[in-house]
Design a protein around this ligand. Structure first.
Ligand SMILES: [Zn+2]
Length: 103
C-alpha cells in the first residue's frame, strides 16, 4: 500500500489536465506544444516533499524537464517558474507546496 506521503506527492490525471489547460498546452519554458501527460513537472521536487497540486506542477517538454532536473540552468528556470506561478496564483507561496504530515 502506498504511504500518505507518496500519494500526496503524486500527480492525478485531473491535476495534469488542469495544469495542461492552464499552461495553454505548452511547455512553460520554451512554448512548445506537448501532450497532456507532460504536465508532470514538480516545481518543488518530490524528493523534497513537493506536492502533486496544481500550484506545484507545470507543463514541461522533455528537453526543458531534463534541463530543470539536471543542469546548471535549474536556478534561472526556477526563478522563471516562480514568477509564472505567482502570476497565476495571487496567494502562491512555496511553503504551501511541501508535504507535512500534520496536514
Ligand atoms: Zn520546453
Amino acid at each position: 500500500m502506498k504511504s500518505k506521503r507518496t500519494k500526496a506527492l503524486e500527480i492525478s490525471k485531473k491535476v495534469k489536465l488542469k495544469v495542461w489547460e492552464r499552461d495553454n498546452r505548452r511547455c512553460i519554458f520554451c512554448g512548445r506544444y506537448v501532450d497532456w501527460n507532460f504536465a508532470n513537472s514538480h516545481y518543488i521536487k518530490r524528493s523534497q516533499g513537493g506536492l502533486g497540486i496544481e500550484e506545484n506542477i507545470m507543463t514541461n517538454c522533455i528537453n526543458c524537464h531534463n534541463d530543470f532536473e539536471e543542469t546548471s540552468r535549474r536556478k534561472e528556470m526556477k526563478i522563471f517558474a516562480k514568477n509564472y506561478f505567482m502570476a497565476k496564483y495571487p496567494n502562491w507561496n512555496e511553503n504551501n507546496l511541501i508535504y507535512r504530515k500534520w496536514r
